[in-house]
Design a protein around this ligand. Structure first.
Ligand code: PCA
Length: 203
């Protein structure tokens, strides 16, 4: 089996992004016989979704897991829904700032993830990894790439399970902040993503 695993480049004045570090760590690794193809996406309104769809076309994966950072989240957040909305709290890395715009003007309001999120959640909890099922991937780049991916797979009639997992900040990122934000070690996050891959491989 082949899974495409994507992360994002750093954004919001941080020099690092845990999703990028995980993708680099698991690049070309085989987990339970699963081949992992990887891509790091730009935090860019125009190029982020395009880079993801390009990676999907190149890899032709049997499942796609996209990763990104959500600094205020305390646990690994397995996203259930992507909504057809762009409303950026901060500009993207190219300076684009959008408010109240649809991602796909003629697209549906939202897509549900097609990953087995309940099984992933149950497995992570059973393995002692803090996790939650989340109802919103936000209205920034992570939601945009999740929506664009699910829209593309639907339009192409490709039965490829796909979805998004948000990660907390790394301890070194939390230490840089003036206020207090939650964090999780890279090691725990990597264990969580490995278990998610194993669950998908067993489907
Ligand atoms: N997190 C952002 C975009 C890039 C990332 O890692 C988000 O949650 O939208």
């Amino acid at each position: 089996m082949k899974i495409l695993l994507t992360g994002f480049e750093p954004f919001d004045n941080s020099p690092i992004n845990p999703s990028e570090q995980i993708v680099h760590t698991l690049s070309n690794v085989s987990i339970s016989g699963v081949q992992i193809d990887t891509a790091v996406l730009p935090v860019d309104l125009r190029h982020g979704p395009a880079a993801l769809l390009n990676a999907v076309k190149m890899s032709e994966p049997e499942a796609v897991i996209c990763l990104g950072q959500a600094s205020r989240r305390a646990v690994i957040s397995i996203e259930r829904v992507a909504i057809n909305l762009l409303d950026f709290r901060i500009p993207d890395n190219s300076g684009n700032q959008v408010e109240d715009q649809p991602i796909e003007p003629s697209g549906p309001t939202a897509y549900f993830t097609t990953l087995p999120v309940r099984k992933i959640y149950d497995t992570l909890k059973a393995k002692g990894i803090p996790a939650e099922l989340s109802l919103s991937a936000g209205t920034y780049l992570c939601n945009q790439v999740m929506f664009s991916l699910l829209h593309y797979l639907k339009e192409q009639d490709l039965k490829v399970p796909a979805g998004f997992i948000h990660l907390p900040a790394l301890p070194e990122q939390a230490a840089q902040m003036k206020g207090s934000i939650p964090s999780m070690s890279l090691e725990t996050m990597i264990r969580g993503v490995r278990f998610a891959i194993q669950v998908i491989a067993q489907e």
